[in-house]
Write a protein that binds this ligand. Structure first.
Ligand code: ADP
Ligand code: F6P
Length: 322
């Protein structure tokens, strides 16, 4: 079947995520296999507006699938939020012969893709974020690597915390979403898991829990706190004062966003990159690729952005019991 696009541009936007390189590689190689041209747009929408656009061949994506970050670079770009910036972006695409763009990023990046689509450039979004906070999909590129990285780091902090009979508050990323905290909380056997979606700011309950556990002979008390709640250092100070137990805060930070992607992130990102090219070539535009109920699917961006996602009640209750 004749492809509906001739040249595909690919960009990564917003926070980077491990697995983005696997997606870029799949876009490039699938497009070339279909006889299409591919151009890499550096530094997200910022690079588009600055015309940082390069030709990409099969060999340009060799030896990148195992690398963290994004070889194209990423950025946040205020100018692209304006109608003038979006017009300029669409014109630059046309000037470079780009008639389809794969945007790898989060909800904000999808809104940019939606604007480009309305200006005649076919677009498809891929869910690239460690936060798992994109409503239309059960999987986002980078989450699996991030939770594994955080889990390993938390195990290490737990070791020293137990030796010193301390309480530990470990803050994990996730912006306003608690998925990284929930998964690490369960996987690291935390005593308390604080999620922005659920937290009632009842610090006395945490204090009581620590004291009760200590009475029963527990040598550690691990609290996983989500970035969306934050304030781990001052929380540690208050908890230490209230319990008399040494309490330390560790903020894991950007280490969670880096590193070599897990097999799952390499595999799913590869599938999604190919899927994006397939639907662009079939003439679709203004779509987002998702993984839902075990299948790769795509949604209209408008529909995807209007969806809601919440922490699953069953999983949350299991976390509380364990
Ligand atoms: P994410 O894609 O991870 O959600 P951001 O929300 O920071 O990250 O968005 C990334 C970039 O997408 C922004 O810097 C901006 O260039 C573009 N963007 C975000 N929102 C819009 C919008 N409403 N219209 C056009 N572009 C947008
Ligand atoms: O979206 C990924 C993420 O790492 C969030 O978990 C975090 O809130 C945010 O990006 C940090 O962004 P920045 O790179 O701008 O500090």
């Amino acid at each position: 079947m004749q492809s509906k696009v001739g040249t595909i541009g690919v960009l990564t936007s917003g926070g980077d995520a491990p697995g983005m390189n696997a997606a870029i590689r799949a876009v490039v190689r699938t497009a070339i296999a279909k006889g299409l041209k591919v151009k890499g747009i550096k530094k997200g929408y910022l690079g588009l507006l600055n015309e940082e656009i390069i030709d990409m061949e099969r060999k340009d994506v060799s030896d990148i699938i195992q690398r963290g970050g994004t070889i194209l670079g990423t950025a946040r770009c205020m100018e692209f939020m304006t109608p003038e910036g979006q017009q300029k972006g669409a014109e630059i695409c046309r000037r470079h012969g780009i008639d389809g763009v794969v945007v790898i990023g989060g909800d904000g990046s999808y809104q940019g893709a939606q604007k480009l689509a309305s200006l005649g450039i076919n677009t498809v979004g891929l869910p690239g974020t460690i936060d798992l906070d994109i409503a239309c999909t059960d999987y986002t590129i980078g989450f699996d690597t991030a939770v594994n990285t955080a889990m390993e780091a938390i195990d290490k902090v737990k070791d020293t915390s137990s030796s010193h009979e301390r309480c530990s508050i470990i803050e994990v990323m996730g912006r306003n979403a608690g998925y990284i905290a929930l998964w690490c909380g369960v996987a690291n056997g935390a005593e308390d898991i604080l999620l922005p979606e659920k937290y009632d700011f009842n610090e006395q309950a945490i204090v009581n829990h620590i004291i009760a556990n200590r009475k029963q002979g527990k040598t550690h008390h691990l609290i996983i706190n989500a970035e969306g709640i934050g304030h781990s250092t001052s929380m540690a100070r208050r908890i230490e004062a209230a319990t008399g137990i040494e309490t330390r805060a560790t903020i894991l930070g950007y280490m969670q966003r880096g590193g070599s992607p897990t097999c799952k992130d390499r595999y799913y990102a590869s599938m999604m990159g190919s899927y994006a090219v397939d639907i662009l070539a079939a003439g679709k535009s203004n779509r987002v690729v998702a993984h839902r109920h075990g299948e790769f699917v795509d949604y209209d961006i408008e529909e995807a952005l209007s969806m809601q996602k919440n922490i699953d009640e069953y999983q949350y209750n299991v976390a509380r019991i364990l």
